[in-house]
Design a protein around this ligand. Structure first.
Ligand SMILES: [Zn+2]
Ligand SMILES: [Zn+2]
Ligand SMILES: [Zn+2]
Length: 173
């Protein structure tokens, strides 16, 4: 089960119970699978990526919360945060991108913006969160593009099925 927003807030608020009293720090490390927007030129990353998720997406994508000091796990999810498929987190972290980044749009423009899920790290201290970081680039496992938009004609190519995160085929009702 993914965390609810209430449960997430309570978790980062409480911090690590094992460390309480021993350490001043209430810092917890949150790991999540969230969307990042990557500008592309001729199929290659071009310029600075930006985050493309809202607070609720971070909560939904959270697969691990741990104490920064003693590394005790406070929450762990194994099912895919997007489609709920068993062990989806492990596949999302280990599998490579299956949505090739196009070199150009049909209109000829080579300036596109890709949106991809990547593993991100965020440190929380109570309600205060530091800026999310990632170490994952398009050629790394864990990078999963699912949407590309042309900056010129705004044509969008998007993949929803199979699940862009874990590769499971999502049953359509
Ligand atoms: Zn601790
Ligand atoms: Zn999935
Ligand atoms: Zn275009």
């Amino acid at each position: 089960m993914p965390l609810s927003e209430e449960a997430f807030t309570a978790l980062v608020d409480a911090g690590c119970l094992a460390c309480q009293g021993k350490s001043q720090s209430k810092k917890v490390a949150v790991k999540a699978l969230v969307a990042q927007r990557i500008p592309l030129h001729a199929g290659e990353p071009y310029g600075r990526p930006s985050w493309g998720y809202k607070g609720e997406d971070l909560v939904r994508g959270t697969y691990r919360v741990a104490c920064e000091v003693c590394e005790t796990g406070l929450f762990e999810a194994t099912a895919c945060p997007r489609c709920d498929s068993a062990d989806g987190v492990e596949r999302a972290l280990n599998d490579e991108n299956t949505f090739p980044l196009p070199r150009a749009c049909r209109c000829g423009s080579e300036l596109l913006v890709a949106t991809a899920f990547v593993p991100a790290f965020v440190t929380y201290e109570g309600a205060r969160a530091e800026k999310a970081r990632t170490r994952t680039s398009p050629e790394d496992p864990g990078f999963h593009a699912f949407r590309v938009e042309c900056t010129s004609c705004h044509t969008v190519e998007e993949r929803r099925n199979p699940c862009p995160l874990c590769g499971s085929t999502v049953a359509t009702p």
